[in-house]
Design a protein around this ligand. Structure first.
Ligand code: SF4
Ligand code: SF4
Length: 385
């Protein structure tokens, strides 16, 4: 699990891919100079005292090249050793070379990549040739002992093939993390690929059933996170905690933002690493104030929701970016969160009653031997094992 303090480094907003639902820009976008990493080290030396995770994100972060990582990783690791930095990288793997893989392996950098299912379906959404290039990088990563996990973006198109997609991940031995396609902020038809909240909710329930049926064969990361959150009553991924103040992103020019999703949007710049702002300095920025107004809004508007402590209104970016910075509601995926959180809660309560020999009405019951695994079994696996 990631540390509570998370800094995302965005070496470039450029990307060689052309996924149809993506907001990123063309390959020629500026690249972060190594001096900015020096500035990051100086900025964070006295910023906070807790352990930090650095995630290289983009755009496509490998466009920064091997020399960048050869310098950046030791600079961060040694310059901030008191924060015991850990690293992660989110990449489409196209530009992974054996040279880069060696550097990443030296610093035990786990990789998150993206694939949307079988080749034909994937390339329909992500562009001709994506699958093959990604798998080529995957082989290099594996040959160097790097851990790779795939995020699968479900769109309104691909959700109709959810069985094929799940079976693809299962058959290939890949764990599954899903991401719902969001309305594009840069498209004339923003909803074209977006996954509607009702469909997203149904998909999560389907994946819950699949995760239980195939327990031990595949991990569905979102389902694990959601079950853990309901059981412990605490969110553990950024969407389900108050991310403001513990997550930051640094853009290619050293600008500091609340999260990678805001990078490139000037109205969300909180400061610049070259000025070495303190937490207090950042708290005076408009972006910080807006994020905190969202937190207060959630406390008010979600106050009657039984899931508020481990949902926290979802992702503030999803809520405020599409409205140009106005807080008009919580994360539009609220309906999906509510659907799956209700489902997990009901199943957990029922199973707990049953295992205690009681039914909700008070009558005795006994759990069947050889019963299919339930949510409680999954919770045992992920929380108590
Ligand atoms: S804005 Fe959304 S994606 Fe970004 S850190 Fe917060 S919850 Fe996560
Ligand atoms: S499920 Fe919806 S209402 Fe409940 S806390 Fe989350 S966003 Fe708020």
């Amino acid at each position: 699990m990631k540390n509570a303090f998370h800094v995302m480094l965005i070496p470039t907003l450029g990307c060689p891919g052309s996924c149809k639902y993506c907001w990123s820009s063309e390959e020629g976008s500026p690249i972060m100079p190594i001096e900015t990493i020096h500035e990051v080290v100086e900025w964070l030396k006295d910023f906070r005292n807790d352990r930090v995770t650095f995630t290289f994100h983009g755009g496509e972060p490998l466009l920064a090249g091997a020399d960048f990582y050869r310098e950046a990783l030791p600079l961060l690791s040694e310059g901030l050793s008191h924060l015991t930095p850990e690293f992660a990288l989110q990449t489409n793997l196209w530009r992974l070379t054996p040279e880069l893989a060696e550097i990443l392996a030296e610093y035990h950098v786990p990789i998150g990549s993206s694939i949307d299912g079988p080749e034909e379906l994937n390339d329909y959404q992500r562009g001709e040739g994506y699958f093959e290039k990604c798998m080529r990088g995957y082989e290099i990563a594996r040959a160097h002992g790097l851990q790779v996990r795939f995020i699968c973006t479900f769109t309104c198109h691909s959700v109709e093939y959810k069985e094929d997609i799940f079976n693809f991940f299962l058959k290939n031995g890949f764990d599954l993390k899903l991401h719902p396609a969001l309305p594009s902020l840069r498209d004339r038809n923003p909803e074209k690929w977006a996954l509607a909240p009702e469909k997203y909710g149904e998909l999560l329930v389907y994946l819950l059933d699949q995760a239980l049926e195939h327990m031990g064969e595949i991990e569905v990361m979102n389902i694990n996170d959601l079950c853990r959150a309901v059981f412990t009553r605490r969110g553990t991924v950024c969407t389900f905690v108050d991310c403001m103040g513990s997550t930051f992103a640094v853009g290619p020019d050293g600008s500091i933002y609340p999260c990678y999703r805001f990078v490139g949007m000037p109205e969300y710049v909180m400061g610049n690493v070259s000025d070495r702002p303190s937490l207090e300095d950042l708290s005076r920025s408009d972006a910080w104030k807006l994020m905190h107004r969202f937190k207060e809004y959630v406390d008010w508007v979600c106050s009657e929701c039984p899931h508020i402590t481990y949902c926290r209104g979802g992702c503030p970016y999803n809520a405020i970016a599409p409205t140009g910075g106005e807080i008009r509601g919580v994360d539009p995926h609220c309906g999906a969160y509510r659907r799956i959180l209700d489902e997990i809660t009901e199943r957990l309560n029922r199973e707990m009653y049953e295992s205690a020999g009681m039914r909700p009405g008070g009558s005795r019951a006994r759990r069947r031997r050889n019963a299919k695994p339930g949510v409680m079994d999954l919770v045992h696996r992920i929380v108590l094992s």
